[in-house]
Design a binder for this molecule. Structure first.
Ligand SMILES: *Cc1c(COP(=O)(O)O)cnc(C)c1O
Length: 401
């Protein structure tokens, strides 16, 4: 169904190699530019971020830092210490700063928490974000909880609670909304999990995509971080990379009991942040910025919903329900995800993620991020051309040779 010309095939082979070298995460756009310059990436729908939020950040950064020369200070000086940045955040989030740990991206917090506080057994829902099982230390048992394909890989809360009671892990992980499928567990259900599983030492809730989820028509923000005081076993991990579109800055935070924060800080992490991240956190807690951010957040959610509706119209694919800024798509009728990903990249310059390395998925899957409105339109036209093997006329002129 997906055919390659001989020059496309050559590039596809190189692409395979590059992907293999990147392990369980995708090669970055910068790596592509260096190692595979024959590929011209027009749309990055692999990494997951709100492009409008990136625009907003750059607007502020340009005005407040670049144009008045303050960039020198950000580069020349040490950033504030971890606990000082936590104070700024605490005031904004209305959370005790002693409960806040700042990370060099959420990934550092995942690593710190799992290395230090998971002793015996961790239970992980699959499919998932791979770091959660890759960072487990030797000697810790990993139990996988298979999310059911028949239930669109959404979490069945009752079944989950029973399974945790049966296996008795000391750590459980719930990514909400989940990556790679976008499945969402409502706050009331997560609270039920917290109530019933009080015997679990560490309940990690990863809210890296929570700004895209909502429970009412106003798309109001939801989060569990304020519950850390009530449930001392709750650890909320929050990446800023996706919803604020600033993965390059490496900013994230964890909310957890004060003893854990103290234990981590006494072990290092003093200046694990950087000047740019500190500036970002200052903006994040700024009322004016927060107001504008909320507007681009909602605009992006609305456009993502439209994008998903259009994708659902296309033949030979199944689009899974998502509350995040991406969708999991199952390729039907014999299409292979590796071919699909290569074809979209080589012929249309669209970078998406193959899911053939994701444990817990049965079938051929890709994950596709929502981008700006114009980019989403280009993605829809290209995917439809790719599926139907009928190049859309305006796309032909733009293909890479
Ligand atoms: C991307 C991602 C992270 C890592 O985020 P960084 O802040 O960029 O390190 C953590 N958890 C999930 C579920 C993610 O998708």
């Amino acid at each position: 169904m997906i055919n390659f010309t001989s020059s496309e095939l050559k590039i596809a082979k190189k692409l395979e190699l590059l992907k293999a070298q990147a392990g369980s995460h995708s090669p970055s756009i910068i790596t592509f530019k260096q190692k595979l310059p024959e590929i011209k990436i027009k749309v990055d729908a692999c990494f997951l971020s709100n492009p409008y939020a990136t625009d907003l950040f750059i607007e502020y950064f340009d005005k407040e830092i670049l144009r008045n020369g303050k960039i020198r200070e950000l580069l020349e000086c040490y950033p504030s210490q971890n606990s000082v940045i936590a104070e700024t955040l605490g005031a904004f989030l209305n959370i005790n700063p002693l409960n806040i740990f700042i990370g060099n991206g959420a990934i550092e917090i995942i690593q710190a928490v799992i290395h230090n506080f998971t002793i015996r057994k961790i239970m992980i829902n699959i499919p998932t974000f791979s770091s959660y099982y890759e960072y487990v230390k030797a000697g810790v048992e990993v139990v996988y909880n298979n999310l059911d394909k028949g239930n669109s890989y959404d979490l069945d809360v009752r079944e989950y609670i029973d399974s945790v009671k049966l296996h008795r892990p000391d750590t459980i992980v719930l990514i909400n909304p989940n990556n790679p499928n976008g499945g969402y567990t409502r706050i009331a259900d997560v609270q039920m999990i917290l109530e019933e599983l009080c015997f679990v030492t560490n309940i990690i809730i990863d809210e890296s995509f929570i700004h895209f989820a909502y429970e009412n028509e106003a798309f109001q923000l939801v989060s569990l971080s304020h519950l850390v005081e009530k449930y001392p076993n709750l650890i909320v991990i929050k990446s800023m990379s996706k919803d604020f579109g600033v993965a390059g800055i490496r900013a994230g935070y964890g909310i957890m009991n004060a003893k854990y924060v103290e234990q981590l800080l006494s072990n290092g992490y003093l200046w694990n942040s950087n000047g740019l991240a500190e500036y970002f956190f200052r903006l994040y807690t700024d009322k004016d910025f927060a107001l504008k951010y909320d507007r681009v957040r909602i605009r992006y959610i609305v456009e993502t919903l439209e994008f998903i509706e259009q994708l659902k119209e296309l033949p030979h694919i199944k689009v899974y329900p998502s509350m995040a800024n991406f969708v999991l798509i199952e390729l039907k009728d014999g299409m292979k995800s590796a071919d699909f990903v290569s074809k979209l990249l080589i012929s249309y310059g669209i970078y998406i993620r193959t899911c053939d390395d994701k444990i817990g998925l049965q079938g051929e899957f890709i994950r596709l991020a929502s981008r700006s409105k114009a980019e989403n339109e280009y993605i829809i036209a290209s995917i439809s051309a790719c599926i139907l093997e009928k190049p859309v006329s305006y796309l032909v002129n733009e293909t890479v040779d």
